[in-house]
Design a protein around this ligand. Structure first.
Ligand code: SD4
Length: 331
C-alpha cells in the first residue's frame, strides 16, 4: 500500500500512527548556554500545531478535526479563538494599534488544493481569518486590502466593531509619551497565531492572523497575509508558518522556502533551521535585535520549529494531548 494511503486508512480507522520519534538531546547555543532540544518529530496523525502558547486555539482546531471536520475549518476556527480574545494584544480584537491609534489586521488562509485568500490592512472586523477564507472561496482574487476588504467583510455578514480596547488604547497612549517612533517587536509572549493542521484524511491546511507590529507606521503590512512568506501549504509536501518581524520573513520568503526544503528531503526541523539561518547569515543582519520563529509540518506529521531567540514556543495537539513546547530551539 502506498504510504499516503496507509496514513489515510490508518487514521480513518481511528488508529493513531507513530512512525518515528527522536530522543531529547543537548546542544549549546551560540552564547554557550546549554539547551535541551525537545523532540518534535514524532509523527502521528491527525495533528494541529500553532505558534506560541495558544492552547485554547489548538483545542478548538483539534475538536473540529476529531469530530470528523476538515483541516480548513480547523485552522479557521482555531484562529478565531485568538482573534476574539481581547487579552491577546497581537491579534484581532484588542490588538495593539499602529502609531496613529488604528488597529489594522492582516490574515491569510491556504487549503489542500493550494488555494488561498488573504486580507491586509483590514479595520473594524474581528475575524480577519474568516474574511480571508471568503476571499479564497467566494471571489476570483487572492488578496483584498483596506476599505475594500472591510466592505467585503460586511457584505458577507460580519459586523463592524471597534477593535481598540481600553487596555490597548492605554498601552498606545503610554507608548506615545515616550514617542519612540519605532515599531515594537516583542521577543516573547506573542499572540500572533499561525496554525497548521492535518485532518483525518491526511489533508493539510494553514492560517495566520495578526494585528502586526505594535505601533507600526500607518499602512504597514507584514508577512502574515503574504502567501509564501507568512504561510505556505503544499498538500503533497507539508506546510510552514511564520511569526516575528515580518519584514525579515518577506525578504527571505520564509514559509515557501521551508516547504521547498522539505520537498528536497529536509525534515521540518532542518528546514526551519535553514530558513532562520538564511536570515541571520546575511552580511549585515542585525538579528540580535529582532525575533523570527517558524513552525512546520510535513505530510507524514513530523513537525519542527525554530527561532532566532529564546522565548518562542509551539503548541501541538497530537495523540489527544495539547502541549506547549517551550522555547528551546533557537540559534
Ligand atoms: C508581522 N509577523 O506583522 C507579524 C508579527 C508577528 O508575532 O508575527 N508577531 O510582522
Amino acid at each position: 500500500m502506498k504510504r499516503r494511503n496507509f496514513i489515510k486508512n490508518a487514521s480513518l480507522t481511528g488508529v493513531g500512527i507513530a512512525v518515528g520519534s527522536t530522543l531529547a538531546s543537548c546542544t549549546k547555543s551560540s552564547s554557550g548556554e546549554k539547551k535541551t532540544i525537545i523532540p518534535t518529530t514524532k509523527a502521528s496523525l491527525p495533528l494541529v500545531i500553532a505558534t506560541w502558547d495558544v492552547k485554547n486555539a489548538t483545542t478548538k482546531a483539534w475538536k473540529v478535526i476529531n469530530n470528523g471536520g476538515n483541516s480548513i475549518d480547523a485552522v479557521e476556527q482555531g484562529c478565531m479563538i485568538e482573534e476574539a480574545n481581547e487579552k491577546g494584544q497581537s491579534v484581532g480584537k484588542g490588538g495593539l494599534p499602529d502609531r496613529d491609534g488604528n488597529v489594522t489586521l492582516d490574515a491569510c488562509i491556504m487549503n489542500k488544493h493550494g488555494n488561498c485568500g488573504s486580507v491586509v490592512y483590514l479595520q473594524n472586523i474581528t475575524h480577519a481569518v474568516s474574511v480571508a477564507r471568503k476571499v479564497m472561496e467566494d471571489t476570483p482574487h487572492v488578496m483584498l486590502a483596506g476599505k475594500g476588504a472591510e466592505q467585503f467583510a460586511v457584505s458577507i455578514g460580519l459586523k463592524r466593531e471597534n477593535l481598540l480596547t481600553d487596555a490597548s488604547k492605554k498601552a498606545w497612549e503610554n507608548w506615545k509619551v515616550k514617542s519612540e517612533y519605532k515599531p515594537i517587536i516583542n521577543i516573547e509572549n506573542h499572540d500572533t497565531i499561525g496554525i497548521l493542521a492535518i485532518d483525518k484524511n491526511g489533508d493539510i491546511s494553514g492560517a495566520c492572523t495578526t494585528s502586526g507590529l505594535a505601533y507600526k507606521m500607518a499602512g504597514r503590512v507584514g508577512d502574515s497575509p503574504i502567501i509564501g512568506s507568512g504561510l505556505f501549504v503544499d498538500n503533497e509536501i507539508g506546510a510552514a508558518v511564520a511569526t516575528g518581524l515580518g519584514e525579515e520573513v518577506v525578504k527571505t520568503v520564509g514559509s515557501f522556502l521551508i516547504v521547498e526544503l522539505m520537498r528536497q528531503g529536509k525534515t521540518p526541523q532542518e528546514a526551519c533551521e535553514e530558513a532562520i539561518r538564511r536570515i541571520v547569515s546575511k552580511p549585515k543582519s542585525n538579528y540580535k535585535n529582532f525575533q523570527v520563529g517558524y513552525i512546520a509540518v510535513n505530510k507524514q506529521g513530523e513537525t519542527g520549529y525554530y527561532a532566532i531567540h529564546k522565548g518562542f514556543s509551539m503548541t501541538k495537539y497530537q495523540d489527544g494531548q495539547n502541549v506547549n513546547i517551550p522555547s528551546n530551539n533557537y540559534i
